[in-house]
Design a protein around this ligand. Structure first.
Ligand code: PA5
Length: 446
């Protein structure tokens, strides 16, 4: 379950400032429900937890079972929304070290999210004595990073297993009918899964994009979907007079943005949530950062980053707000031991669970940062499991869409991502980019 506490933010805005946003928030909610706002052809995620394709869902489970029996490693190739959701959920659920009894069935390794040749070369060395499957994911089917990684790893698989067996070990997740990857997958005879037309990359974790890797890693995708559905019922569909927690979160961050708080930092105190923050950063960065608007999404892992970013957050340039992901019941308990000579002076903690030590760090930091001028919102989750991750995913997706609409942008496009791609293609000599290449090379020489 999730609970939002904004008591450490209320001194940073007035009640009427939040109330002023009520009509805008209601309009945003109506636009989502009636599908008549900007980007309304990308609202498939809204009802996805209830309206997903059951036949494909069953195929995902079968494919995951097949991968578990045939592979030690599943290499998932994708970038941005075609990778971060799966990574967020898997990293949140898997044990910190693989050697524990709860080790996931298959090790999932991600590739195609950078252009490092060293990464791919090292990866192929690592795979050498392991049984391997591949899941290549690209909605457009034309993104350069995963396309290059797939070219390299497809050749690796065919050399190692031969074409026929490689075909059984490669799964493609892409558009239903368009794009180079779809054409290639059909030609090679790979099993394919669909990224629905009306679900954008960063909202696609609850489609095959996220579900196949998560299921192959040994986690319960039915519970993930159930958690998301519960959140959809609670936040989007329940009749309510006042804002619910997801709406309050969207309203407060919007209110603070309008008061000059232009950076939101998501904070975790459990390292397992590091990639959840990365997923959140992409969701909010690509959805809100356009038309020269939006909160800059940032993330820190506490308490580690209290020893680096903590100084800045406490005392540097103001304009920050923090949203703390607080886990009230961690996966495991561990008590601080008593030591006879008390040489480190820590016997006052003896017998205390690390959970309580961590909680005091949360409380102390929230108070200190709020005193330092940083509004703090706390989203408490009573444990990290599939259902709660489903709830968190939907909570943040819904709040993101509301925030985008309140801030007068289309939260579902990403025109800014194209600029670097065009320059890169031109500089690499892609046919059709000759004029741009000449201009850029002039600029680089100047
Ligand atoms: O959210 C998005 O739309 C993007 O981050 C995409 O997911 C990312 O660019 C990858 O695109 P594709 O799946 O088409 O390869």
């Amino acid at each position: 379950m999730l609970k939002l506490d904004y008591s450490h933010a209320t001194s940073f805005f007035k009640d009427h400032e939040l109330a002023h946003l009520e009509p805008q928030l209601n309009l945003a909610r109506t636009q989502l429900l009636e599908k008549n706002g900007p980007g309304n052809d990308f609202l498939g995620w809204v009802n996805l937890p209830a309206e997903y394709d059951q036949e494909e869902f069953d195929r995902i489970i079968s494919a995951a079972e097949y991968i578990k029996t045939n592979a030690d490693v599943l290499v998932v190739i994708g970038i941005g929304g075609s990778y971060l959701g799966a990574r967020a959920v898997i990293e949140a659920l898997k044990p910190y070290f693989n050697a524990t009894a709860a080790r996931p069935a298959v090790e999932v390794i991600f590739a195609g999210y950078n252009l490092s040749g060293s990464y791919l070369a090292d990866l192929m060395d690592y795979l050498q004595d392991k049984r391997v499957s591949l899941n290549v994911i690209s909605k457009s089917g034309t993104t350069t990073e995963p396309a290059i990684a797939f070219r390299v790893l497809k050749a690796y698989m065919e050399n190692r297993y031969g074409k026929a067996e490689a075909r059984q070990r490669i799964f493609a997740t892409t558009d239903r009918s368009r794009g180079a990857l779809k054409g290639l997958a059909d030609k090679e005879g790979y099993e394919t899964f669909v990224v629905p037309d009306d679900v954008g990359g960063r909202f696609s974790v609850l489609t095959a994009v996220g579900l196949l890797p998560i299921a192959a890693a040994g986690f319960d995708i039915t519970r993930l979907m159930e958690g998301a559905e519960e959140a959809r019922q609670t936040y989007l569909l329940s009749e309510h007079q006042s804002f619910n927690d997801a709406e309050t979160y969207a309203a407060i961050r919007t209110c603070l943005l309008r008061k000059g708080y232009d950076t939101e930092i998501v904070v975790n105190y459990e390292p397992q949530l590091h990639y959840f923050t990365e997923w959140w950063k992409q969701l909010y960065g690509e959805s809100e950062g356009k038309d020269h608007r939006g909160l800059l999404p940032a993330g820190v892992d506490f308490t580690s980053d209290l020893h680096s970013m903590g100084q800045f957050i406490q005392d540097g340039r103001r304009g920050l707000l923090e949203t703390v992901l607080h886990v009230s019941k961690p996966r495991r308990e561990l008590t601080v031991p008593a030591v006879k000579d008390n040489a480190d002076g820590l016997n006052f903690l003896a017998g205390m669970d690390m959970l309580d030590v961590n909680d005091k760090a949360v409380e102390g930091t929230v108070l200190a940062h709020a005193d330092g001028g940083v509004p703090n919102l706390l989203l408490t989750v009573d444990g990290i499991d599939e259902a709660n991750l489903g709830r968190m995913i939907y909570f943040f997706e819904y709040a993101c869409a509301l925030s985008g609409y309140m801030n007068a942008v289309n939260p579902f496009d990403q025109p800014g991502v194209e600029a670097y791609k065009k320059n890169m293609f031109a500089l690499l000599g892609k046919p059709g980019y000759e004029e741009q290449r000449a201009r850029l090379e002039q600029q680089l020489k100047a």
